[in-house]
Design a protein around this ligand. Structure first.
Ligand code: NHR
Ligand code: GAR
Length: 213
């Protein structure tokens, strides 16, 4: 049985989509814990209501990022996870932390990377006037929002969109692609070659990933 730890900071709808998919599809994996850096994260109550162990590690109690990350990784390692998923987790992680989880740490980012890394991605996409926007699941590396891309989904930008309507359209796609990518990782199906990610099929062949349709 594989084990997964999910890190959140807020609402936790991506965490929910992973938990629901794992249950519905009967993954041979357990969600070992949901950990939040914010005590008031709404996602914590939902995870508890599903019988999932929850932990809080408030980053405000730490003088440095290094100190926070050291305790966070000790907490995560109590569960010996095969994979760690950032799901709306809002703290930039140190190189030492990222290195410790190399190949096991995923993030869902609300833009079509490499466009619009960082925060306020929907505002940035609207300001740039792009006609398509979307979301990206990637391996986390030390360089923010620059790790190997596992999956993306595209949505149209409509003339009347504001940040709220666009974010909602993207979020729907996040909930589709993130559980699939996490499942691939837990099934050892992801292969990284030259910084590009492929999915290994049952027969050993690899295919490129396109989840837009
Ligand atoms: N850490 C590393 N090293 N690499 C990545 O690719 C990471 C990461 C940590 C989080 C998620 C990311 C996103 O999807 C993520 C990717 C937070 C910030 C940020 O600036 C930026 C990107 C992401 C998450 N956070 C502020 C900070 O000072 C705090 C903001 C807040 O608390 O609201 O850490 O976009
Ligand atoms: C999601 O849109 C996620 O992609 C984004 O925040 C939202 C969290 O929603 N993540 C980031 O912006 C990371 N910096 P959720 O808590 O309901 O999953």
């Amino acid at each position: 049985m594989k084990s997964l730890v999910i890190l959140i900071s807020g609402r936790g709808s991506n965490m929910q989509s992973i938990v629901e998919a794992a249950a519905a599809e009967q993954w041979p994996a357990r969600i070992a814990a949901v950990i939040s850096n914010r005590p008031d994260a709404a996602g914590l109550a939902w995870a508890q209501s599903r019988g999932i162990e929850t932990r809080v590690l408030d980053h405000r109690g730490f003088a440095t990022r290094e100190a926070f990350d050291a305790v966070l990784s000790a907490m995560i390692d109590e569960y010996s996870p095969d994979a760690v998923a950032l799901a709306g987790f809002m703290r930039v992680l140190t190189p030492a932390f990222v290195q410790h989880y190399e190949g096991r740490l995923l993030n869902i980012h609300p833009s079509l990377l490499p466009a619009f890394p960082g925060l306020k991605t929907h505002r940035a996409a609207l300001d740039a006037g792009v006609k398509e926007h979307g979301c990206t699941v990637h391996f986390v590396t030390a360089e923010l929002d620059h790790g190997p891309i596992i999956a993306q989904a595209v949505v149209p930008v409509s003339p009347g969109d504001d940040e709220t309507t666009l974010a909602a359209r993207v979020l729907e796609q996040e909930h589709r692609i993130y559980p699939r990518a996490v499942r691939w990782l837990l099934e050892d199906k992801l292969v990284i070659a030259d910084g590009r990610v492929h999915v290994r099929e049952e027969d050993g062949t690899v295919k490129a990933v396109l989840l837009s349709d």
